[in-house]
Structures are given as structure tokens and as C-alpha cells.
Design a protein around this ligand. Structure first.
Ligand code: NAP
Length: 315
């Protein structure tokens, strides 16, 4: 049975990563009555083992930085519920947000800050060996591969930082990338070059992942030093991300404007094509934009201020 609250919030923020948390801090400071729907953990930013480009912190783990965001948010005591949103419905003067527990919340505006999830490689063996050597989270699973041989696939900051983290645990790390050049930050590339345990394998793709109970080897598209396969105990897939929130955004009758990869299109004030719905952080278009904790939190803050201006304008 549905249970409907009579409160009408100024804004409901969906998502509790850097964008959602920064939006909440700004919403609190602008006196907006708001609710955060999301797990108060910090999003995928918590998976970064080291962040060295967030101003004010020379070097900090993603998890530690997000704990600092959460402490800051909590200082203003916003309402927070840890559940998932199942649908959003537009009424005449407000939106209705229904959660998995069939609770319905009313709000004048929404900030979508759902973030992204890991992209999959889509090769034979990937699904079969998930959790049996295949992982998308090096900080979670990396320490299990002490003195083992692991592979990392990808060429961005995700893959470079994963290789560096894994080199602290594993005996050998193959860093496999499909191009001649990495696209990640030069600072990470320099650190990778200094780490003897990391072996770079460039201009190669993985065609198949094989094993028995656990991963045993990957098959390459072209031989590396005459070998068509590499013996490994684990493979970390770090090939980028795709926007989250398929259920509520893509299947809702709202007709939210998205680009061809499903990132939400906004203007510079983070307003979507639907008046009253804003979006912020990694979930917003364009796909090639800089996706960092800093940029996500900046977008969250802009969205919250835009909500305040929207409400003032609407009277
Ligand atoms: P990314 O920057 O989009 O890089 C994805 C990499 O995977 C690219 O090199 C891409 O190759 C490769 N790739 C994509 N699809 C592939 C496929 N099917 N097979 C093989 N390779 C494939 O993603 P990311 O590294 O996850 O980073 C995402 C964002 O988070 C970035 O903005 C990044 O700066 C940020 N981040 C920051 C940190 C940090 O600073 N601590 C850590 C992690 C992530 P091509 O180069 O050929 O396109």
C-alpha cells in the first residue's frame, strides 16, 4: 500500500555522491527544506584509493574525502532516507517521488545526482568469472590478490590508479590498453612508469577470459611477445562508466532529454528540459566532460542555487 506524506519539500536530491552531498550543503545554507534519497556512503568516489587533485587536500583517499563531505552535510541535519526511487510523476504544482517501499514524497523541485556505474567489457567469460577473479572495484577486491598476478584493462585515471594500487599487493600487474597512449593524467602515468611491478601492454584488447573455478588467463587480440594469452589470477575492468538510474529516468514518462549515451542534458544552471528538474554530477552530459569529485560537487552546488532561484521566480 502507498503511504503519502503531506509535506511538500522545496527539493528532493536523489543520490548521495559528491554532487548530491554538495547540493545538500548549499540547499541547507539557502534554507531550502530538502530530503536526500540515497545511501549515505559517498558514491563511486569512495572507490578511488588516492585523490591528489581535490584542492586543499594534497593526497587523500576517496573514501576519507567523502566521509568529510558526509560530516559536513550532517552538520545541517537534512532529512535523509536510504532507499531507491522507483518512479517520478509530475503533478500540476509539484512532483511525486515514489520509493521502493511504496512511500510517496512530494516536492517542488528535484536534483538528480545519481552518478554512474562501471562499464562492462562484454567479452566471453566476463559474466562467468564475476567475483571469481573479475572485479570492477580494485579498492574492494585488490587486497585479495596478495602476491598474485593480475591484469587491469583501460587507459584512463581509473586504470592507472588501479594498477598503482594493485602493485602494492600483487606480484605482477599487466596494464592492458587498446591505444598507444594513455588518456589519464600525466602525473599518474609518471608514477606507473616508476613502478617496476607494472608491465604495460599497449595496443591490445582482451578477446576472452578463461579459467576453471577462477580466472586463469586472458586471450589477447594480437600476441604480446609471441604469447597470445596471459596467465593471470584476477582482472580488474576499468574502462569507464555509464549513467545510472535507468529505472527512474529512462523508463519514467517524464521525457527527460538525454544524449546518445543516456547522460542527462542540462543547461549551465543544471536545469533539464523539464522545469523544476535539475541534474548534477557524473550523470550529466556531455560524455567527454571532466568527471571529477571537484566538478561533480561544483555542479551540485550550482543545481541547489538554481533551485533556490527557480522557487523565488515561481513565487
Ligand atoms: P575514462 O577516463 O573514460 O577511461 C576509460 C578508458 O577505458 C579509456 O582509456 C578507453 O579507451 C578504455 N576503454 C573504454 N571502453 C573500452 C573497451 N571496450 N575495451 C578496452 N578499453 C576500453 O574512465 P575512468 O578511467 O574510469 O575515469 C572516469 C572519470 O573518473 C575520469 O574523469 C577520471 O579523471 C575520473 N577518475 C579520477 C581518478 C583520480 O583522479 N584519482 C581515479 C579514477 C577516475 P580509449 O582511451 O581508447 O577511449
Amino acid at each position: 500500500m502507498n503511504s503519502k506524506s503531506n509535506i511538500i519539500y522545496d527539493s528532493i536530491i536523489i543520490g548521495a555522491g559528491p554532487a548530491g552531498l554538495a547540493a545538500s550543503i548549499y540547499a541547507s545554507r539557502y534554507g531550502l527544506k530538502h530530503l536526500i534519497i540515497g545511501v549515505l556512503k559517498g558514491g563511486t568516489a569512495t572507490e578511488a584509493f588516492i585523490v591528489e587533485n581535490y584542492p586543499g587536500f594534497k593526497s587523500i583517499s576517496g573514501n576519507e574525502l567523502m566521509q568529510k563531505f558526509i560530516e559536513h552535510v550532517k552538520q545541517y541535519n537534512p532529512e535523509i532516507i536510504s532507499t531507491e526511487v522507483s518512479s517520478i510523476k509530475k503533478q500540476k504544482k509539484y512532483f511525486e517521488i515514489k520509493t521502493e517501499l511504496n512511500k510517496i514524497f512530494k516536492t517542488k523541485t528535484i536534483i538528480l545526482a545519481l552518478g554512474v556505474h562501471h562499464r562492462t567489457l562484454s567479452v566471453i567469460g566476463e559474466k562467468k568469472f564475476l567475483g571469481k577473479g573479475i572485479s570492477y572495484c580494485y579498492t574492494c577486491d585488490g587486497p585479495l590478490f596478495k602476491n598474485k598476478i593480475v591484469g587491469v584493462i583501460g587507459g584512463g585515471d581509473g586504470a592507472l590508479t588501479a594498477a598503482l594500487f594493485l602493485s602494492k599487493h600483487a606480484k605482477k600487474v599487466y596494464l592492458i590498453h587498446r591505444r598507444k597512449e594513455f588518456r589519464g593524467q600525466v602525473a599518474w602515468q609518471n608514477s606507473v612508469d616508476k613502478e617496476k611491478k607494472i608491465i604495460k601492454i599497449l595496443q591490445r584488447q582482451i578477446k576472452e577470459i578463461r579459467g576453471d573455478k577462477f580466472v586463469k588467463e586472458v586471450i589477447l587480440d594480437f600476441p604480446y611477445k609471441t604469447k597470445k594469452s596471459l596467465k593471470i589470477d584476477g582482472l580488474f575492468i576499468e574502462i569507464g562508466t555509464l549513467p545510472s538510474g535507468a529505472k527512474i529516468i529512462f523508463k519514467s514518462p517524464l521525457n527527460l532529454k538525454r544524449d546518445k549515451l543516456n547522460y542527462i542534458v542540462t543547461d549551465r544552471s543544471m536545469q533539464t528540459n523539464i522545469p523544476g528538474i535539475f541534474a548534477a554530477g557524473d550523470i550529466t552530459s556531455p560524455p567527454e566532460k571532466l568527471r571529477q569529485i571537484l566538478t561533480a560537487s561544483a555542479e551540485g552546488s550550482i543545481a541547489a542555487v538554481s533551485v533556490q532561484r527557480f522557487l523565488v521566480k515561481r513565487g
